[in-house]
Design a protein around this ligand. Sequence first.
Ligand SMILES: [Zn+2]
Length: 311
Amino acid sequence: MIFSEKVSDLFNAQLSEWDLAGINYNQFKKVKTRKLDFGDFEILVQFNPERMRSSAAKVDTKSIEARPCFLCSKNRPSQQRGVTFEKDLTVLVNPFPIFTRHLTIPSEQHIDQRILQNFGKMLSLAESIPDYLIFYNGPQCGASAPDHFHFQAGNRGFLPIEADFSGGMFTKLLAVNSGVEIWHWSDYLRAIVTLKGSDSKKLFRVFSHFYDNFFAFQPDEPEPMLNILAYSNPDAWIIHIIPRKLHRPVQFYKEGFEQILLSPASVDLGGVIITPREEDFYKISVSDVKDIFSQVCISENEIAGFFNELI
Ligand SMILES: [Zn+2]
């Protein structure tokens, strides 16, 4: 059986044999969504109270050390089963969905959330389950378990960033470096660079070049702050790289009406904002999103500099 069929079987089986997953995916069918209109593109807002534990997760070292790790196999619910991918990753059904199909893919080992040495695995995973988009949230960029390495994945065709990339309205080809296309986004509120190519080693080389350049600007972080979304088409991988400069916006820490409990991560920056509180779902406006994205992302002018020698 090919790997994507194993994942599909796991998904269907878990929804019928694991009560929590069955109930939550059923509830998810009724999830409330709003559209925010930015002129040339849209951003969706999803009211999802089950995501409170993730959005408001305390990720400081003290809090992390005080809790049992929910991604370690010994602490997982007994009804949660997984399928192994390339020996050290396990594909699990995420019981608190944002997508119609939502996976969590932790390492077998309790090791820190880091991308550089796992970038190749992200590509092979994207190739093995091509109907999913794989995403990575850095340790201070939305990962609720920064101490346990993991990817997540959601069904393709849901995040607006996919169609906005293929539509070509916001992107310009900056360069082609050893067969890897480097695309720059503009007028899209978030600085993004997209790599497209069919050779995983060359993609890694371009990524690691960017990684080193960007890391030099954030030497006090455990790794440069990043959200990454990757998927595989028959002809090439497409990898959206979103560098960050802040974990959570000021609105997160405000009180009363000024508070918006939004902790941006790959899904939000991919165009679906998750609000765990109903009041934020109704209240959040186009100008709030512009403000929040400008706080947490670097500027569109800055990003190309991190690819300088490749352009
Ligand atoms: Zn763990």
